[in-house]
Write a protein that binds this ligand. Structure first.
Ligand SMILES: Cc1cc2nc3c(=O)[nH]c(=O)nc-3n(C[C@H](O)[C@H](O)[C@H](O)COP(=O)(O)OP(=O)(O)OC[C@H]3O[C@@H](n4cnc5c(N)ncnc54)[C@H](O)[C@@H]3O)c2cc1C
Length: 440
């Protein structure tokens, strides 16, 4: 079969870092390898994003006081500005597009839908004052429609042993003034400044040698609060063997120093080998929790913490996407090196689960692109429907905004920040975002 000479047509579902990196890497790899594979070296890529703005958790997960990481959006802008990549925001796979629609129109469909849903914490279901870290991160990152958690409590609890738990604790404890120079809208900053939270207790199920905190995150937490590793955990640190991994060892050393930190009006307690065993919510509203320390060899100790806010940061899971196989144990789209089924591929957190930083979505995308090119080299091009994407979406009465609209929104957000010398101030209202982006 002739391997074809027209540009390859590719759909990418999800404009997070994984989707944008996969588009960029695909174009670069094609330019390098097409000749060797005997295939067309041109491709036209349509990226579909369900939100009014792209970049997924770079925009709505990474904490506002991590500006260097937020700057990744500049690299994503650069990749997105390729004329071979088109962006369609407000278009949702499963609601506006089906797998059949996509397979008819494209040579390959790459799912990069992330794992943006908080893992369900059974204990907290339906209790006011209990929410997921994704909801809290969405709020302080100005995700449209997400309101503030209950901040009228002097003590908050966070359940989880990863960097997201520390992000949430730090934002809750931080002096609000440094945050006023970030991209956080005024209304959110005011909610944070009015917060009563003075103390955060973090419950980590595993022992101190097995946490997943980074040394930088611990240092940042120490700079805004007095970090206290509880007595029980300190005893465990004395009894446990020091971690062998250099990264965990560095963090462990930072923790050993923790309680010596300078006094601060804000406190953050770390409770290792401890879990929340029950919640006290007499009228469906959280008033406290029971935690359990597990010292091993059957020694368990319980204690009560009065609190009106408990945030679960126990991980994330991908949404089950219609038409695609799902690995419920790992919470990912089932795949082999990114291959899902005929012409369907996956990358990013939807492919490997909620592990790893933004940088790892690049190597991950490279593997998926390798699978696509190998398949194209083997099978060549088939027929695809060539109606333009705009016409197709309009025929379905789907309203969308495009790349020019996103760049207009970015300019608008920069202009909102300019009077106060900030790089940008985010727009929170979906209506306003769509107005500025010129939703068609
Ligand atoms: C709270 C938090 C803080 C983090 N902080 C850092 C940090 O400081 N540094 C770091 O390196 N990493 C950080 N990470 C990790 C980083 O965000 C991830 O590694 C990365 O975002 C994963 O990329 P992704 O593209 O797979 O998923 P996402 O970023 O989630 O992007 C997926 C995109 O797909 C879209 N989408 C989903 N479903 C559909 C659909 N049906 N149709 C159309 N579009 C859809 C989503 O709206 C989203 O835009 C953090 C993660 C979290 C949760």
């Amino acid at each position: 079969m002739a391997k074809g000479g027209r540009p390859w047509k590719v759909a990418v579902i999800g404009a997070g870092p994984a989707g944008i990196y996969a588009s960029d890497i695909l174009l670069k790899q094609l330019a390098q390898k097409a000749e060797e594979l005997g295939i067309s070296k041109e491709a036209e890529i349509d990226v579909f994003e369900k939100n009014p703005a792209p970049y997924g958790l770079v925009r709505y997960g990474v904490a506002p006081d991590h500006p260097a990481i937020k700057l990744i959006s500049r690299a994503l802008d650069k990749a997105l500005s390729s004329e071979k990549i088109s962006l369609f925001c407000n278009v949702c796979y499963g609601r506006d597009l089906s797998l059949t629609d996509l397979l008819r129109r494209y040579d390959a469909v790459i799912f990069a839908t992330g794992a943006g849903r908080d893992k369900k914490w059974e204990l907290g279901q339906g209790i006011e004052g209990v929410c997921g870290a994704g909801r809290v991160a969405g709020w302080y990152n100005a995700f449209p429609g997400i309101c503030a958690p209950s901040l009228a409590t002097p003590t908050a609890a966070v359940v989880g042993g990863g960097n997201t738990a520390l992000d949430v604790a730090r934002v809750l404890l931080q002096d609000p003034y440094p945050l006023s120079s970030t991209d956080m809208p005024q209304e959110i900053w005011r909610e944070l400044a009015a917060s009563s939270v003075k103390e955060v207790h973090i419950f980590v199920r595993r022992g101190p040698a097995f946490h997943k905190f980074s040394v930088q995150q611990i240092r940042q937490l120490k700079s805004c609060s007095r970090l206290i590793v509880d007595e029980f955990s300190r005893r465990l640190m004395g009894a446990e063997a020091a971690p062998s991994s250099p990264a965990v060892l560095a963090a462990w050393r930072e923790l050993q120093e923790a309680s010596n930190a300078a006094p601060s009006p804000k406190k953050c307690y770390l409770h290792f080998a401890s879990s929340v065993s029950s919640l006290f919510a007499p009228n469906g509203r959280l008033e406290g929790l029971w935690a359990q320390r597990n010292g091993g060899s059957g020694t368990e100790e319980k204690f009560f913490l009065e609190t009106g806010l408990c945030v679960s940061a126990i991980g994330w899971e991908a949404e089950r996407l219609p038409g695609l196989p799902f690995d419920s144990d790992r919470g990912i789209v089932s795949n082999q090196k990114g291959r899902v089924s005929e012409k369907a591929y996956v990358t990013g957190w939807a492919k490997r689960g909620c592990e790893g930083l933004i940088g790892s979505t690049k190597s991950d995308a490279a593997e998926t692109v390798e699978s696509i090119l190998a398949d194209w080299g083997q099978k060549g091009q088939g027929e695809v429907d060539s109606t333009s994407t705009e016409e197709f979406l309009q025929s379905r009465k789907i309203r969308f905004s495009k790349k020019a609209g996103w760049f207009a929104l970015e300019n608008y957000e920069s202009s909102l920040g300019r009077p106060d010398g900030k790089a940008r101030v985010k727009v929170k209202s979906a209506f306003e975002m769509n107005r500025v982006s010129g939703l068609e």
